[in-house]
Design a binder for this molecule. Structure first.
Ligand SMILES: *[C@@H]1O[C@H](CO)[C@@H](O)[C@H](O)[C@H]1NC(C)=O
Ligand SMILES: *[C@@H]1O[C@H](CO)[C@@H](O)[C@H](O)[C@H]1NC(C)=O
Ligand SMILES: *[C@@H]1O[C@H](CO)[C@@H](O)[C@H](O)[C@H]1NC(C)=O
Ligand SMILES: *[C@@H]1O[C@H](CO)[C@@H](O)[C@H](O)[C@H]1NC(C)=O
Ligand SMILES: *[C@@H]1O[C@H](CO)[C@@H](O)[C@H](O)[C@H]1NC(C)=O
Length: 615
């Protein structure tokens, strides 16, 4: 069976849900638990978020914002509807895995509280500011947030106390709460393709399953523009379907006819050719809604050079190891034959996926750095006579050790606002994030990608690679106009690691296709990867590896989708240090975001604050 293909006449436009009795229209929703007892809806306004929590209990309910899914450091809103029908909800914070602390009458950061209960549920609606300038409170981040929840069957015995939720009635869910909303703009001639799983029985042997299913792109009747996508979640499975990633394939595309409708556990029993399907086209995650491209841009499909085969990865979460989950969820793509002015391309930036990425073990924070050099970008633009690139959306990707991911944008000595930033990266929560406004990249600009990893629980080096226990530091940028350039990557030359591991002289060996040591005697002819298994890791070696990320000469991959070189001879100098890093707005001190032009003023301001602080 191929994907269902239908021409639809559009009757409904995206509709939100209105909170009972408040007139608030919510834009996003997610079940916070797989059993679907805890449902959260929300909307984001300029500086506030309004949420409605519906929990299947007539007792205590709690929702919070946590640094990592655990209680310490969390900002918690909790309470209950009393027997008198009145709401008793308060602001709390947790310093440890214990009863949270009441955050005082003076800092009730949760307001406009409306709460009610019916025979089965407690429903509470509240508003809070995105940024709270109180050390006990936690802001809502522009990226992944860990939302924690808990409930109990009973009400607490006194107003400002809570009841321990027990081991099961609690949990954590990653959510993009501030995900920018895009307004739908659909032409009349919309076609949809549904890429759906078909009655897949989610395994009861593992709490996490990544299913990969192949789809032949149907005959669309000519060139079309993909302009919008949304999830299609089977009713009842809203709690277990976590995310979808749709991949296109590089050279060596699997035969669409034989692989259509086949499915495997991703990166486990997949056919070899499927590993070519590693270019992320789009991704959705729980809590997300519809994604619309701006009305001047579309992703080409159905044309001669367009994808003929797509691989969809579905992430199922089944912590209770249920054996009764059968799922036919997937993605719906919207296409139009009214072609838009700009053709969207996907640019991959980051480090090469492979052994060139090396992360020392036992490191609480190691940052992999990847430059996309300005010469590469500029050549890519010149080849298609583009005077700028407009970045519309970004998808940052690391694996299990990844803790934060950012894609920085550099113009000369000045850094500009990031193209992508996730300070609390969660491998199990990834989606394409639209920009509030398209960001222009000009000739001469460069991109700097950084991924920070925690390898404290590992004893061997973590290499880059496709397996989840290996790492990646990659971002896919959706931009227009489309270039031939498809990958702009770089990584430190391995001579640096050789010196870090005791070599005193090195040379590049053409036959080994790597650097080898030429001194001292015990290391002669060895590559860094041959020495690494015998290393006793110390903080000095870890620090030396970290230094290499910014101070070593680099190899570059500046290629089109067939791996033809777009620019350069692979060898790149040590990249310049950013003189004026981007300074984000500090909502609490009132300092606006700055470009380097005004950085001197900010420094003056900062000095001013210090003086004020000491008066
Ligand atoms: C109680 O509230 C829940 C959550 O809003 C709702 O799904 C359910 O239908 C309500 N029950 C009754 C009997 O109204
Ligand atoms: C899934 O199974 C149900 C019940 O057997 C059937 O009605 C339905 O058509 C199947 N769906 C798909 C997509 O195969
Ligand atoms: C939040 O992230 C989006 C998408 O990356 C971006 O467009 C927006 O400018 C960011 N907002 C702030 C305040 O950083
Ligand atoms: C290193 O390799 C070269 C070339 O293969 C060889 O001639 C030389 O004997 C090797 N040296 C050592 C110490 O193994
Ligand atoms: C590669 O190009 C750089 C300049 O971008 C130059 O300095 C270097 O010598 C070249 N290397 C080779 C092997 O041609």
């Amino acid at each position: 069976m191929g994907p269902a293909f239908a021409l639809v006449v559009f009757t409904t436009v995206f509709s939100g849900v209105t909170a009972v009795g408040t007139g608030v229209t919510f834009t996003n929703s997610a079940y916070l638990d797989e059993a679907m007892n805890v449902f959260l809806q929300w909307r984001r306004d300029e500086s506030t978020v309004t949420m409605q929590l519906e929990v299947q209990t007539r007792g205590m309910v709690a929702v919070g914002f946590s640094p990592n899914g655990n209680m310490p450091g969390s900002d918690i809103f909790a309470g209950y509807v009393g027997d008198d029908g009145q709401p008793y909800f308060h602001d709390y914070y947790a310093e440890a895995q214990e009863h949270p602390v009441y955050d005082g009458d003076s800092s009730q950061n949760y307001y406009d509280v409306l709460a009610t209960e019916n025979d089965t549920h407690t429903i509470v609606c509240f508003t809070r500011r995105i940024v709270l300038c109180d050390s006990n409170d936690r802001k809502i981040y522009n990226g992944t947030n860990r939302v924690i929840w808990a409930y109990h069957a009973d009400d607490p015995t006194s107003e400002r106390s809570l009841i321990y939720h027990g081991a099961t009635n609690r949990g954590s869910r990653s959510l993009h709460i501030l995900y920018p909303r895009t307004e739908p703009a659909l032409p009349d001639d919309v076609q949809t393709i549904e890429l759906l799983n078909q009655n897949y029985t989610v395994p009861d042997s593992s709490s996490t399953t990544y299913l990969c299913r192949g789809f032949k792109v149907p005959d669309l009747g000519g060139k079309r523009h993909l302009i919008r996508w949304e999830p299609v979640i089977q009713s009842g499975n809203e709690g277990v379907v976590h995310h979808f990633v749709l991949y296109q394939c590089g050279p060596g595309v699997p035969d669409p006819d034989t692989h259509d409708g086949t499915e495997y556990i991703c990166y486990s029993n997949m056919p070899g050719e499927w590993y070519q399907c590693s270019i992320t086209l789009l991704a959705w995650a729980i809590g997300g809604t519809v994604f619309n491209l701006p009305d001047n841009a579309g992703i080409s499909m159905g044309d001669t050079n367009d994808p003929t085969f797509l691989m969809m990865e579905t992430h199922y979460d089944n912590p209770d190891l249920r054996n009764d989950i059968v799922d036919s969820s997937g993605l719906r793509l919207y296409l139009t034959s009214t072609l838009r002015t700009n053709e969207v391309g996907v640019l991959q930036v980051g480090v090469e996926v492979g052994q060139s990425q090396k992360i020392p073990p036992g490191s609480a924070s190691h940052t992999t750095v990847a430059h996309c050099y300005s010469e590469c970008l500029q050549q890519g633009m010149e080849d298609v006579s583009a005077t700028s690139l407009n970045v519309l959306a970004a998808f940052g990707h690391a694996h299990l050790a990844g803790r934060s991911v950012s894609v920085r944008h550099v113009r000369g000595a000045n850094e500009r606002q990031e193209l992508f930033k996730d300070e609390f990266y969660d491998f199990n929560y990834q989606e394409t994030v639209p920009m509030e406004q398209a960001t222009q990249i000009l000739p001469g600009d460069s991109i700097l990608m950084e991924c920070t990893y925690d390898t404290t629980d590992r004893s061997d080096v973590t290499y880059g690679g496709l397996a989840t226990q290996n790492e990646m530091c990659i971002a896919w940028l959706l931009y227009y106009p489309k270039m031939e350039l498809s990958r702009c990557e770089s990584w430190p030359m391995s001579y640096w690691y050789l010196y870090s591991l005791g070599a005193t002289a090195t040379v590049f060996s053409d036959t080994r296709a790597d650097f080898i040591a030429t001194a001292p005697d015990n290391l002669v002819n060895l590559t860094a990867d041959e020495i690494i298994p015998h290393v006793t890791w110390t903080d000095e070696i870890r620090a030396a590896f970290q230094q290499g990320e910014t101070q070593a000469q680099r190899f570059e991959q500046c290629v089109d989708k067939n791996n033809n070189v777009v620019h350069g001879n692979r060898t790149r100098p040590v990249p310049p240090v950013i003189e004026f890093p981007w300074v984000a707005a500090d909502e609490c001190s009132g300092v606006d975001a700055v470009t380097a032009d005004t950085i001197a003023n900010v420094l003056l301001l900062a000095v001013g604050y210090v003086i004020i602080a000491f008066v």
